[in-house]
Write a protein that binds this ligand. Sequence first.
Ligand code: ADP
Ligand code: ASP
Ligand code: MG
Length: 475
Amino acid sequence: MIVMKFGGSSVANAERINSVISILQTRIENNENISVVFSAFQSVTDSLIDIGNLALKRNAAYKSKLKTLTQLHFEAINELNYGRDISILQYKAESLFDELSEILHGVFLVKELTAKSLDYIVSFGERLSCTIITESMINRGIDCEYLNASQIIKTDNDFGKARVNFKLTNRNIKAYFKKHKMIQIVTGFISSTEENEITTLGRGGSDYTAAIIGASIDADAIEIWTDVDGILTADPRKVADAFSLKSVTYEEAMELSHFGAKVIYPPTMLPALDKKIKIIIKNTFNPEAAGTTIVEKSREQTTDSASDISNDSEEFFIKGISSIDNVSLIRVQGSGMIGVSGIASRLFTALALHKINIILITQASSEHSICLAVLPEHGEKSKAILKNEFRLELLDKIIGEISVEDNLSIIAVVGEKMRHSPGIAGKIFMALGDNAININAIAQGSSELNISLVINKDDLSKALNAIHSKILKRQ
Ligand code: ADP
Ligand code: ASP
Ligand code: MG
């Protein structure tokens, strides 16, 4: 079995959906056993969030936006099924839109939009896309079945980014797939609590759905179909010279995506790694391209023969560069901190209690200061939390200052072989130095898989391009 997943850009309109259906038909003709996960149509999740918030603010514009969204889906229904009977599909889509508009009306009336109701609202994106695709495939004579994954993927009740209960989920998936032998058209991104309330797996979470299902049924591969030729050495929107990688390891993919490479959702790698199932990233718009394979060991680590090493990035120590464009840096400093144990652990605990995610941490070897990168919306809040946590240390001058600095970016340079190559850091600093780019903080992951740099946001584009051309130029 191969679990395939197509993202929003692959299903942006009827024409693109038709291309996806042809890709699937070829696979079916080749007697391949497939299950297919779909995201909502492009931008639909964003629109649903926007509409929910407008309803909350009692802004009547939510109705016209809902109408536009309805039209978009009905246009796809009509175009995909031109000359065919659409009565069943029309009925199903209308029922979904009726249900959605009732919920939105409720939000409008009670002026309340909880994380729980927002998850329910966004779930319509995937429920609609998969309903439309399933019925359009059936209309073409392809035997397939709609699967609302929220019935089998079970999570806690952390709405917006729920954690999967794998024990329950794996049991459900196995039992479901044992009974259903037809091609499954599966809603990505959505899940539910044990009480059957809809949850979501976090933005971009359809990739994760594919991996959860793939790992549970011991799939031969998990294929993530998107709009680029695989994982590239950098975000192609920021570095024009970025090129596609043949293979990366699960850890490298996780590290690149954690630091901003949107092409794959970071948790996706975990279920796949657990079962050693390869993930292949492919381009829906260029299916001939090989794409990138995510495996346990990338190619250059498995070969002993230098002649086997191709003339592309595989021989490079660095696999790629990614970035988080906007972060804030919290600096906790004071000469009294030297040798005082427990400060770092209290700092993590205090922020964790408020659900603040720390993206990066660095500690100067003198222990004179600890820097933490957080999302900008958490900057001032983190400072206030830490000022409260360390109020006695601040009074006693053990800690001199807790400050927050905004408008920064993080660049992460990732590659497993970096640990054997002491010269890499030097090259990175040289690339930045040559361009007069100041580094605010540096961190190296303990695995030495990653060197992260905090720089001014204004320098991001220049820095990415300078580092890329210094260490990742295609030969
Ligand atoms: P999908 O809709 O298929 O889920 P996404 O928009 O989530 O697609 O992810 C694909 C996008 O990720 C690409 O169009 C590209 O702009 C962006 N991206 C960022 N960094 C990278 C990278 N290192 N390699 C490939 N794509 C990247
Ligand atoms: N539709 C969801 C989102 O936009 C999930 C996904 O695209 O993977 O976040
Ligand atoms: Mg995505």
